[in-house]
Write a protein that binds this ligand. Structure first.
Ligand SMILES: *Cc1c(COP(=O)(O)O)cnc(C)c1O
Length: 352
């Protein structure tokens, strides 16, 4: 296993639990806290925060867009993109299990008057393009106007194939749709595919990137797009209550993450692979998939309480929900020891 590039003395030791619920749980490292403390700030609603401006300019350049907007959350970033692309009564095509459709409270419909048309995902996370094309409505007053296709990358940890992205772009060009990426974990996808993130971003009209997931910043997402799209998103950000003032403190954490936490995502991917390998062949815990920083396991639903007890005793936090499928997510606060503890706990559970 590769040594992580973050020195253990720089990590926030937290409460000693191994937390695999999500990569949102990361705590700022000591050098990130120093960068935050040093940040130059101004009022970002007036466009005067130099650190926010630097973050926006840097990501716009790196992903190949005209403009960028720092926002509090990925949910708001996706919402602003949808509202900027679509008008009232328009429709967007989206995965049936996509975050934007399923886990954002229906915001596009509730706040944007935008109708979602869900598409069933293929096993690899792509939306089959023949199904996408069939879902595009004719131009006729009976139908909502189909304006936008929204993809998600990574999908359950899977990077979408680059040739699929090119084919989706070609379809959108042919049918006059815009193309948005919920790229909450697009840096994980780029690292896993071994390409600059721009190679993924170049197919899209807009991309939303989360800084608060595996990149390890405390708060924030950035929406990227054309100057006109970002101008509209900036207006809707204010309407949604997302106009923050001295947000440079947060942007400084994000800039530190972009400097120091991108290449090391490979460590999280290696940790997830080691976790999956450590569970291979068990009867009581089935590894359903492992891609980038996510491992999906399945256990007998009748044993979920037993699993909770094992996890608590080993001081491992898991997101045990409503289904036999459980997602384990690695991130910069999970080290070799945390993986070993989790494997030992799950092996003991499977044996019991
Ligand atoms: C986390 C996440 C978001 C945004 O979540 P916030 O908690 O609102 O920042 C969007 N899409 C995906 C796929 C995510 O995992």
């Amino acid at each position: 296993m590769p040594a992580t590039s973050i020195a253990s003395a720089d990590r926030d030791a937290g409460d000693g639990w191994v937390d695999l619920r999500s990569d949102t749980v990361t705590r700022p490292t000591a050098p990130m806290r120093e960068a935050i403390a040093r940040a130059a700030v101004g009022d970002d609603v007036y466009g005067e925060d130099p650190t926010v401006n630097a973050l926006q300019a840097r990501l716009a350049d790196e992903l190949g867009f005209d403009a960028a907007l720092f926002v509090p959350t990925g949910t708001q970033s996706n919402l602003l993109a949808l509202i900027a692309h679509c008008a009232r009564g328009d429709e967007y095509l989206v995965g049936m299990d996509a975050h934007t459709y399923k886990y954002e409270g229906g915001g596009a419909a509730v706040l944007g008057s935008i109708q979602p048309q869900p598409i069933v995902h293929a096993a690899d996370g792509t939306l089959p393009l023949d199904a996408v094309e069939r879902a595009i409505k004719p131009i006729d007053p009976h139908f909502a106007r189909t304006r936008l296709l929204c993809l998600e990358n990574t999908w359950h940890g899977r990077p979408l194939p680059l040739d699929y992205l090119a084919a989706a772009r070609a379809l959108c060009d042919r049918r006059g749709l815009a193309l948005h990426l919920d790229g909450a974990r697009v840096f994980n996808a780029a690292v896993a595919c071994g390409v600059p993130v721009r190679e993924i971003a170049r197919h899209f009209d807009s991309v939303s990137v989360c800084l608060s997931k595996g990149l390890g910043a405390p708060v924030g997402s950035v929406l990227l797009g054309s100057a006109a799209l970002i101008e509209s998103a900036r207006r809707w950000r204010k309407v949604c209550g997302g106009g923050m003032r001295q947000a440079g403190l947060l942007a400084a954490g994000a800039l530190h993450a972009l400097d120091h936490h991108v290449a090391r995502l490979a460590d999280d991917h290696a940790h997830a692979a080691a976790l999956a390998a450590g569970l291979a062949g068990l009867d009581g815990v089935r590894v359903a998939s492992q891609h980038t920083n996510m491992v999906f396991i399945e256990v007998d639903p009748a044993r979920l309480d037993a699993l909770r007890a094992h996890a608590d005793a080993a001081r491992v936090r898991l997101s045990i929900g409503y289904t036999p499928s459980i997602r384990l997510v690695t991130h910069l606060d999970v080290d070799d020891d945390g993986i070993a503890r989790t494997v030992a706990m799950l092996r003991a559970f499977a044996a019991g």
